[in-house]
Design a protein around this ligand. Structure first.
Ligand SMILES: Cc1ncc(COP(=O)(O)O)c(C=O)c1O
Length: 401
């Protein structure tokens, strides 16, 4: 790239939009016979593919029970309900809205805790400080595939007799200290949407080593009804489609390959971008493996020459899609800010990360040449940052006239 950045009138580095992510899909031929089987039998839910998907996921993750559901959101809502939570739940504000709304659907109070500046995960020291008489659970989140401090949180939950749930929506394939996650806490919940490391189209997976909880959840994902219409528990319709299970099963067979690829891409991004000033990276907890569901960078405006929003705009002009996850953080979102007075601490790290974060394209399908071009574009934008600034200031002056 030796022309000017597209924001200054140069030719965009990509002719067509490079999406932030691309789902991993098998060839249609590879799942055609199973799809035909489903069409012929007419069994679209509560069928054998969901059962097989659950068994294979449980084997892969090394957990006793896996319960397939329609989404991670419904999975979280069901787990919290099945555990009979009542009172306050401690959670991070640096997360996606679904973590929080699952608690609201269960009429639970949310206590937001700051995250750690390096790993972006929940700070266990602050969790312990926030535990009060009416705390009933901790809901920790795997951020972009980086696991929180699961053992420390486990010990805390045991010491204070709290329930512990992991929102592992980003973490199918994450390792905590060399062990695949899935069996930590009372339950974990994974998401299987198209942006996730393992996709089933749409869907979620609850995992737990608690047999009774698993039994309850199987009932609750089906309204709370067993085989007759005498409803035993209050549940939801949160069943997974057979089509999703077929796709999930096929993708499960390549999950290790895809996660290794994501890790290689992340390493490559770091090597290239660390040569530039003003770019920091999320640190992965020691001895852990991230899925790199997202690859996040933090922009230090003074050192890089542009702020996060300006860089995002300049990349958009290059036909490179980026995302600002999670900005705003949950506690500042319209639906949740009225809970603010309940906070016990300023969420300083959360605010700083949310204001400076930018997620770059990554997926199990991304080509290394695409990554090289993204990095090249960032280099060039940095090189011309003064000119971009002047142009932007000029535009602002024109607008304000
Ligand atoms: C941290 C987190 N939790 C929960 C969810 C909800 O997952 P789903 O879309 O499967 O309901 C998401 C979705 O991206 C997420 O990012």
């Amino acid at each position: 790239m030796n022309n000017k950045p597209a924001i200054l009138g140069g030719k965009p580095i990509f002719d067509e939009l490079l999406s932030i992510t691309r789902p991993s899909l098998p060839e249609l031929e590879e799942i055609k016979s199973q799809l035909e089987d489903t069409f012929t039998s007419g069994i679209l839910t509560n069928g054998k593919y969901v059962v097989e998907f659950e068994q294979r996921c449980a084997e892969y993750l090394g957990v006793e029970n896996a319960i397939a559901v329609s989404s991670a959101t419904t999975g979280l809502i069901l787990v919290e309900k099945a555990l009979g939570l009542n009172g306050e739940v401690i959670m991070p504000s640096f997360t996606f809205t679904a973590t929080c709304l699952s608690l609201n659907w269960n009429n639970l109070e949310t206590i937001y805790i700051d995250c750690q500046p390096e790993t972006f995960t929940l700070n266990p020291i602050l969790v312990e400080k926030a535990i009060a008489a009416n705390t009933c659970a901790i809901l920790a989140v795997c951020i972009f595939g980086n696991p929180p401090d699961m053992e420390i949180l486990d010990n805390l939950a045991k010491d204070y007799r709290l329930k512990l749930i992991f929102d592992s929506a980003h973490g199918f394939g994450t390792k905590y200290k060399d062990r695949l996650i899935g069996g930590f806490g009372d339950a974990e919940v994974f998401s299987l949407t198209p942006t996730k490391p393992l996709t089933a189209g749409e869907g979620g997976l609850i995992t737990t080593n608690d047999k009774d909880l698993a039994q309850k959840l199987r009932l609750m994902r089906n309204y709370g009804v067993e085989s007759d219409y005498d409803c035993e528990l209050i549940g939801l319709n949160a069943r997974m489609l057979e089509f999703s299970a077929i796709l999930g099963l096929k993708n499960l067979s390549t999950i290790e390959e895809k996660i290794n690829h994501r890790n290689n891409l992340a390493q490559n991004y770091k090597t290239r971008l660390s040569k530039l000033p003003g770019i920091e990276f999320q640190e992965i907890n020691e001895g852990c493996r991230s899925t790199f569901k997202d690859f996040a960078i933090l922009i230090d405006e003074a050192a890089f020459g542009l702020n996060r929003n300006e860089l995002a705009l300049a990349l958009e002009k290059e036909n490179i899609q980026t995302r600002q996850y999670f900005s705003p953080p949950v506690h500042l979102q319209k639906a949740y800010r009225h809970f603010y007075p309940k906070y016990k601490e300023e969420l300083t790290n959360t605010l700083k990360i949310s204001s400076n974060i930018l997620c770059l394209p990554i997926s199990g399908e991304m080509k290394i040449e695409e990554l090289e071009k993204v990095c090249e574009a960032i280099y060039q934008i940095h090189r011309f940052s003064d000119e971009i600034r002047r142009k932007k200031l000029g535009e602002q002056l024109l607008v304000s006239r």
